[in-house]
Design a protein around this ligand. Structure first.
Ligand code: HPA
Length: 272
């Protein structure tokens, strides 16, 4: 708690006590959303006390505070993954610090492999449930009673109202045909899955698989923050589609979906 408070206090002291209403984690595919923010304050992760520093090259390490569509947002440009060697407490720290700054909801994006055979490359998937296959989670250990309860409920991890708003936005933007809904399985990585693992993930009910998001969502639900999470389908992993994954192809699919994802998130934020 002490570390979280010190990090939040540093950000407040360096942003004229800016109070964001919505937190946004920019995963793969949502980087361009930063261009939609009228940035008022920009803080490097390296300057925030106790904040982890991103090791993944495709992720910048900056917190942007400003307005998008007139709404006050805090944008985490760069996230932390368990496979980088961080503890789950470190992975979840940005979410908890944003909550101390005052956010009332969290929006998250990621890149994911598509397991549902109906999905196409560069589709968006609104996550409506998840399966946590990470070896641990940010709530393990002493409970931070000031953050939330020991045994948080997970009946509705993804907010129904935000999902409705996202579906309405997709419809209005003419994206209904490329916007899906489904279950996201979170695995530790960093290696991708074997063919048998992809079949297993499909069998247990996942529509997409990735290496992030669920730790942050668990921390957010512990804090009782409503969450909207969107996957970009960057590779097709259903039997018959499977081929060796080339990282450049993943980035290409993420890039193809980026304008749609950016427009969708902006429309949701505008309507809040
Ligand atoms: N598996 C796991 N993580 C991923 C994938 C995948 O196929 N694609 C993008 N992130």
């Amino acid at each position: 708690m002490q570390h979280l408070r010190e990090a939040a206090a540093y950000i407040q002291a360096n942003s004229q006590a800016f109070q964001p209403e919505t937190g946004i984690i920019l995963g793969t595919g949502l980087g361009a959303l930063a261009n939609e923010v009228d940035v008022e304050h920009e803080i490097s992760y390296a300057d925030i006390p106790h904040f982890p520093v991103s090791t993944v090259e495709s992720h910048a390490g900056r917190l942007l505070l400003g307005r998008m569509a007139g709404k006050k947002v805090a944008v985490l440009q760069g996230r932390f993954h368990y496979y980088e060697g961080y503890t789950m407490q470190q992975v979840a720290m940005p979410v908890r610090v944003l909550k101390l700054l005052g956010i009332a909801r969290l929006l998250v994006s990621n890149a994911a492999g598509g397991l549902n055979p109906d999905f196409n490359l560069a589709d968006l998937m609104l996550i409506d449930d998840h399966i946590n296959l990470q070896p641990t989670n940010p709530l393990i250990g002493a409970n931070l009673d000031e953050m939330g309860p020991r045994f948080p409920d997970m009946f509705a991890p993804y907010d129904a109202d935000l999902l409705r708003r996202a579906e309405a936005a997709a419809q209005a933007l003419g994206q209904a045909g490329t916007t899906r809904r489904g279950v996201y399985a979170s695995v530790p990585g960093p290696m991708l899955e074997t063919p048998a693992e992809y079949r297993y993930l499909r069998t247990i009910g996942a529509d997409a698989v990735g290496m992030s998001t669920v730790p942050e969502v668990i921390a957010a639900r512990h804090l009782n923050l409503p969450v909207l999470a969107v996957s970009v389908i960057t590779d097709l992993c259903a039997p018959g589609h499977l081929k060796p994954v080339v990282l450049a192809d993943i980035f290409a699919a993420a890039g193809a979906a980026e304008p749609r994802l950016t427009a969708l998130i902006k429309a949701v934020v505008a309507g809040l």
